[in-house]
Write a protein that binds this ligand. Structure first.
Ligand SMILES: Cc1cc2nc3c(=O)[nH]c(=O)nc-3n(C[C@H](O)[C@H](O)[C@H](O)COP(=O)(O)O)c2cc1C
Length: 405
């Protein structure tokens, strides 16, 4: 009895959390946890479309694991009582060096889709990128997000369509264009091949069974307006309102003849910054800088296009040596923690950008999940800087990190 009393005096019982979303979120500590919950809640085909990569998925894995090949050279006894994580990205002050990458078909993770992610980005003050293959329109996203927005361009063979999208983006206040240059044809994502996966998922017996074991997702999917490619409704190949095979669709619509001349063309129809998304060599980074674009995203599309493309974090230092200071360098792929941002910026990146992490968060817990994810990145960035003895982004230099091998 005496012991019980002692025990009771030190144990404090938590109040039961009534909100199921908050309960779910309270058990999530990192991106892997968001991924595990998303895997449980989403139909397998949807989860694999988000989570998967091209062929043997080696680039997908290396993008993430290569960050673990770096270690810090932390400094001590510097005043870190106050940390300023803000920096300048594409000429604009941002609260931290992080942006959200464009992802097509965001609404398959949660019916709010792009609107939820854009609202969460605005609350944090970080840039949100809307995909050409987005499932909310340029205008609808702008209506809920007055923060920094970028528009990602895929070049349709029909240039009239591209021009129309670009002028809609301009009218709606998007500030930069990301021209994706790694998708002449769609990479072979073999998880999707095995499932005969279409977008939106076709309803067959397997989908119904899958739906029955994922009731939350299924109700959300059925209760809301049909998912379509909201920005290309006038495209010849359709807007996705009837199920399409993504690789057939993309391979017939996208222009395989895309070249540096088209970068000039894009410039001629757009006044703001242009960023080339999908640069993977120093040579192309040099050409990009010469072409006069404002930025590049070092990216292999999250390992979804060419397998055995280089791990993104390994590209940063050589590219920064060649073009750093002339154009902004965004590290896109495999960023899973605030400490990854510290590593990338120390190596010479201007900022980082994330895709899957926010899709996992959206699938796991909707908009509140994305809020928690962005808090996780922000606090991880701040804490890592403090533990490394730096208190401002411009103190992140190559002296702070080294490769383990
Ligand atoms: C489900 C999914 C859809 C994507 N859709 C697009 C897209 O429409 N356009 C594009 O340029 N990149 C797209 N990407 C690539 C992302 O913009 C980004 O490059 C990639 O996710 C970064 O890697 P990470 O997932 O490791 O953060 C997509 C990625 C995923 C996971």
């Amino acid at each position: 009895m005496g012991m019980f009393n002692t025990f009771r005096s030190v144990v404090q019982f938590r109040e039961f959390e009534r909100s199921p979303v908050k309960r779910r979120l309270s058990g999530i500590a990192d991106v892997d946890d968001f991924r595990a919950v998303a895997k449980r809640r989403l139909p397998a085909g949807v989860f694999d479309y988000i989570d998967g990569g091209a062929e043997d998925e080696r680039s997908l894995v290396r993008n993430v694991t290569a960050f673990g090949d770096l270690e810090f050279r932390p400094r001590i006894l510097n005043d870190v009582s106050r940390v300023d994580t803000s920096t300048t990205l594409l000429g604009k002050r941002v609260p931290m060096p992080l942006a959200l990458s464009p992802t097509g078909f965001t609404r398959i993770a949660n019916s709010q889709g792009e609107l939820a992610v854009a609202r969460a980005a605005q609350r944090k003050g970080i840039p949100y990128s809307l995909s050409t293959m987005g499932t909310r329109s340029i205008e609808d996203v702008a209506a809920v997000c007055s923060g920094t927005k970028w528009y990602q361009v895929y070049t349709w063979k029909d240039r009239g369509l591209v021009k129309e999208m670009v002028s809609r983006a301009e009218m709606s206040g998007y500030e930069a264009l990301l021209l994706t240059v790694d998708t002449a044809v769609l990479g072979r994502r073999e998880r999707d091949v095995r499932r005969g996966y279409t977008l939106p998922p076709k309803i067959g017996l397997d989908t119904i069974i899958d739906g029955a074991v994922h009731p939350g997702w299924t109700l959300d999917f059925l209760r809301n307006d049909p998912i379509t490619f909201a920005n290309v409704s006038s495209a010849e190949g359709g807007d996705g309102s009837s199920a399409v095979n993504l690789s057939q669709y993309i391979n017939s619509q996208f222009d395989q003849a895309l070249s540096w001349d088209d970068v000039d063309w894009l410039r001629s129809i757009w006044n703001g910054p242009v960023v080339l998304k999908g640069i993977q060599t120093v040579a192309d980074a040099e050409l990009a800088a010469q072409s006069g674009v404002e930025g590049i995203m070092l990216s292999n599309h999250g390992g979804r296009q060419l397998d055995d493309a280089p791990a993104i974090v390994e590209l940063i230092a050589p590219v920064a040596q060649a073009v750093g200071g002339r154009i902004d360098i965004i590290c896109d792929g495999g960023v899973r923690r605030g400490s990854d941002i510290v590593k990338a910026v120390s190596l010479g990146a201007t900022a980082c950008s994330i895709g899957r992490p926010y899709l996992y968060a959206l699938g796991a817990a909707g908009e509140a999940g994305v809020d928690q994810l962005l808090d996780f990145f922000e606090s991880g960035l701040t804490r890592t800087m403090q533990l490394c003895g730096v208190n401002a982004i411009d103190q992140l230099t190559s002296e702070l990190v080294s490769w383990k091998r």
